[in-house]
Design a binder for this molecule. Structure first.
Ligand SMILES: [Zn+2]
Length: 288
């Protein structure tokens, strides 16, 4: 069974909102999760995370780089844990780890007043529930597994990453409910090329001067480019967008697949188009 979704789906990715909704997802059906992990392709899961991460980072408070980077890390970690290698189907063991990871996410987001409690831990106050979630007899393991051992650095990470887990849990809950009811026949599918097209929120753009809008590459973007190399740009932006850019004369890095932001941005060296000294280095090693 397929589960069509896209960034045009305003139930999943509401438009016109100014702040991130930190209401946790309420639906958690282990059976639906197991079926979704088994049936939906790595490309589907990858684009779900690419879209959810774009949606989340575009709604974070401006000028809060600490939160931006921790949220980016959370999505990188979710992608690394949840998306199977395209050419290597999951073993039973690996799938069980994914189910456990998602179970941990729901334990975290459903902890009473989790957003407030994590903020209180950072500011050194006693959590209002009197029990630190990290020391909680049944839920504590989920917190330490996902965020690390309880200490001040971990509390700061958890308080930043909560934005990612809360937002993703809400989106994944809506999808589980759809999965269970087998409806939601919206047209565009994450896993169908070349139809899939995200909207502008899929990555962070920054305007450096008028008309010069540039994709700001964060670790998550690099992770996606590496994971799907050399198809990364098309996985993020859709095949059609990349084809259009190519017709406009923009090129892809031959090593990592990064898309040029402006004409002749990348250097050509010995027949290769190369985005960075790192990729030039890698091309040199391969050629030898
Ligand atoms: Zn490159």
């Amino acid at each position: 069974m397929a589960l069509p979704v896209s960034m045009e789906d305003t139930e999943l990715f509401p438009k016109g909102v100014k702040t991130l909704d930190l209401t946790p997802g309420t639906t958690y059906e282990p059976t639906a999760i197991r079926e979704m992990l088994t049936s939906l392709s790595p490309l589907w899961w990858s684009r779900l995370l690419i879209s959810s991460r774009g949606f989340t980072i575009n709604l974070l408070p401006a000028n809060d780089e600490m939160t931006l980077f921790t949220v980016d890390d959370a999505y990188t970690s979710m992608h690394a844990r949840l998306v199977a290698e395209p050419d290597h189907p999951d073993s039973e063991e690996r799938r069980a780890e994914k189910e456990k990871f998602i179970a941990n996410i729901y334990t975290i987001v459903r902890f009473p007043s989790v957003s407030t409690v994590l903020a209180e831990l950072v500011h050194g106050g006693a959590p209002s529930e009197n029990v630190s979630p990290f020391a909680h007899p049944t839920d504590g393991e989920a917190f330490t597994t996902v965020f690390g051992e309880a200490n001040e650095a971990t509390y700061r990470i958890a308080d930043g990453q909560k934005h990612a887990y809360l937002a993703f849990s809400r989106i994944l809950s809506l999808l589980q409910a759809r999965w269970a009811s087998e409806k939601g026949k919206k047209k565009i599918r994450f896993e169908t090329d070349p139809e899939w097209q995200p909207d502008n929120r899929v990555v962070l753009f920054e305007e450096f001067c008028r008309g010069n809008r540039t994709w700001v590459l964060l670790d998550f973007d690099r992770h996606i480019l590496r994971f799907w190399r050399p198809r990364g740009a098309a996985i993020i932006f859709g095949d059609r967008f990349v084809e259009k850019k190519k017709r406009e004369g923009l090129r892809l890095c031959d090593v990592c697949g990064m898309l040029e932001q402006g004409r002749d941005q990348f250097k050509a060296l010995a027949g290769f188009v190369l985005c960075s000294p790192e990729c030039a280095q890698e091309a040199a090693t391969t050629v030898k």
